[in-house]
Design a protein. Sequence first.
Length: 210
Amino acid sequence: MTTALKQAQQSLEQNDLHEAAVAYRDMRAALDYLGRKDPQARALRQTAAEVIAAAELSDVSLFDLFREAVETTSRSGAAAWSDAFRNNYRGAWVVIDADVSLLSGVAADRTYRVDFPLVIGSERARIVTGLPGLQRVIPEVSARRVVFAAQLDEFRHEPFHSEGDWCVVLRPGTSVLWSSPETLKKVGIEPDEELQRVLAEQARLLEDYQ
């Protein structure tokens, strides 16, 4: 495990996210094999999750993805867009910094509204997710700013929905609550003072719940 960790840290310092992700996966597998659940192991798993998400980040922003969805559907139909999304984008990671609030559901089956406006002309898209990891940080009565990553699962057209013509679905079970300013910089986001405060609070919550 020591070798994998050194390789992971070295690759990360060199901004080689692909190699860092490979090494962090190996290190995480070693931690699982050893059954380690101590604070250091939890911190390493958290870093591994953030690095893997950064390494597999979608090459296309949600805004550009939405534009492609609208244009492809308009030109070739919903089935063509569904195929394009499945072949090119499904499973890619996105990092989202937005206010998140509880939408519905009991503790075991909650869904959340992500206030991340996606608008092209008269077309609107919404992000509604049931990601379990958000239960740690979202109060039941108000919204909270959250920085998290998740994998794309669907981007479907729902032309008659009252809250938007499109729905972005994030893959259940893939949420990563972000905690490190340094790994966030690897995806091109330079945290300001307020964002650093949010990340520090999320790091504290992760320690409390793990």
